[in-house]
Design a protein around this ligand. Structure first.
Ligand SMILES: Cc1cc2nc3c(=O)[nH]c(=O)nc-3n(C[C@H](O)[C@H](O)[C@H](O)COP(=O)(O)OP(=O)(O)OC[C@H]3O[C@@H](n4cnc5c(N)ncnc54)[C@H](O)[C@@H]3O)c2cc1C
Length: 380
């Protein structure tokens, strides 16, 4: 730290006697800050964020409030045992209920749109595999995830949507859409109202613990605090290399408004790798990681021609065939992945906890993970 960077006044107010510092202002960091402060109103809580705006996945995602499509669940079952796989779906579903409890629907632009899984003609074998297992999956969701009714139903793809795809699809009525910017704004409002200090433009570089406090060596100045919670998700291994968190990029495009757009809802394709939805009369499309998987394990926040061209071809050939559109927005965001789809929520020592590696469904699990992280911080 540059010793002359801060004035006496700044030290004596903003940075004095901090009880808890949270690194990262995504859904997990801000929700943790808010819940901790609610339970400990006398404590001084500070959140530091490297970006001028939050620069992780929470404001760069697709805004699906979802918990897994048929082919994604079946794909997970090739790597996980039945109980772990469906308990993970349960965690996501409960997490979505927690999210709605905390914010209410209108504050985060929630629409119970339902979710559809579509198949291109060349995916017929995947569709048949899903169809043959639909009863099994619905039964397991009742057994392990607490649903009292079937989750997935096989339907005819409505022709008036104009989607060029296999004529049958799966529908899940429990899915919804959120407005990710509204979620972040509401979280910031809750934090500000409860007296949490959020400092943007501060990047944590290393963490050093001693008996009295933790020092976060950061740019442009260091921070001392009694407790620290690391919530920087896909960037966690830059700060704590011992954590098994692999940065994984996702890329997203949003079209210009489409005349006479009839489709509405969340759409999944190919084991959860591709996804699209309407935002009013625009289409948001993301994914395509599977076509350049090796190069998409990166923390570089930029779009690439190989993925954007693929997404545009899916738009042109399948979602909006024959319709005029341009791409109005294109961006990338970073997820945290690992050998399993479970997040890492643990204490590294008495003073430092971590809640990272949210994977591709952090909207679903983020609020619940924050609750668990706050309980962990409060435990001896
Ligand atoms: C393209 C894309 C689409 C997605 N779509 C969906 C979806 O539709 N539905 C869904 O459920 N999930 C989706 N996800 C995943 C979801 O967005 C994430 O799992 C979730 O937002 C993670 O939240 P978080 O708070 O853990 O981390 P983040 O939101 O990533 O927040 C971490 C914060 O830490 C900050 N930071 C990093 N390093 C440091 C440091 N050293 N010092 C200070 N600050 C630091 C970052 O700038 C960032 O703001 C998507 C992700 C991507 C990338």
């Amino acid at each position: 730290m540059n010793a002359s960077y801060l004035s006496f006044w700044e030290h004596d107010t903003f940075l004095k006697n901090i009880d808890l510092t949270i690194v990262g202002s995504g859904i997990v960091g801000l929700t943790s800050a808010y819940l901790y402060k609610i339970h400990n109103p006398e404590k001084k809580v500070v959140v530091i964020e490297s970006g001028v705006l939050p620069h992780g996945a929470t404001t760069r995602n697709a805004g699906f409030a979802c918990f897994g499509s048929m082919s994604e669940i079946l794909d997970d079952l090739t790597e996980m045992d039945e109980e772990s796989c469906f308990r993970l779906v349960k965690e996501r579903h409960e997490g979505l209920l927690n999210l709605l409890d905390l914010h209410g629907k209108s504050k985060i632009g929630y629409i119970q749109s339902g979710g559809f899984e579509i198949f291109f003609n060349e995916d017929e074998a995947i569709f048949e595999e899903c169809l043959s297992k639909i009863d099994y999956v619905n039964h397991a969701l009742k057994k392990y995830a607490g649903f009292d009714t079937d989750v997935f139903e096989c339907i005819e793809l409505p022709k008036n949507w104009g989607i060029k795809a296999y004529p049958k699809a799966f529908f899940n009525p429990f899915e919804g859409q959120i407005h990710s910017g509204m979620l972040m704004q509401h979280l910031l409002k809750l934090c500000h109202k409860s007296g949490i200090l959020i400092l943007n433009g501060i990047k944590a570089n290393t963490i050093e613990v001693n008996h009295q406090h933790v020092t976060i060596a950061a740019h442009p100045f260091d921070i001392k605090s009694s407790l620290v919670l690391i919530c920087n998700n896909g960037f966690a291994s830059e700060l704590l290399p011992e954590l098994e968190v692999i940065p994984a990029r996702g890329q997203v495009l949003v079209t210009s408004p489409i005349q006479n757009l009839t489709l509405e809802g969340n759409f999944h394709h190919y084991k959860g790798y591709d996804y699209f939805r309407n935002i009013g009369d625009r289409i948001l499309i993301g994914g395509g990681r599977h076509i350049d998987l090796k190069n998409e394990y990166t923390s570089t926040i930029e779009t690439t021609p190989i993925i954007t061209n693929y997404l545009i071809s899916v738009l042109k050939n399948h979602i909006l065939p024959g319709k005029e559109f341009t791409i109005d927005y294109a961006w990338a965001g970073i997820m945290g992945k690992g050998a399993t789809k479970q997040p890492i929520i643990k204490k590294i020592n008495d003073r430092v906890g971590v809640a990272v590696r949210m994977g591709g469904m952090g909207v679903a699990i983020g609020t619940k993970v924050a609750q668990q992280a706050v309980e962990l911080l409060s435990s001896k």
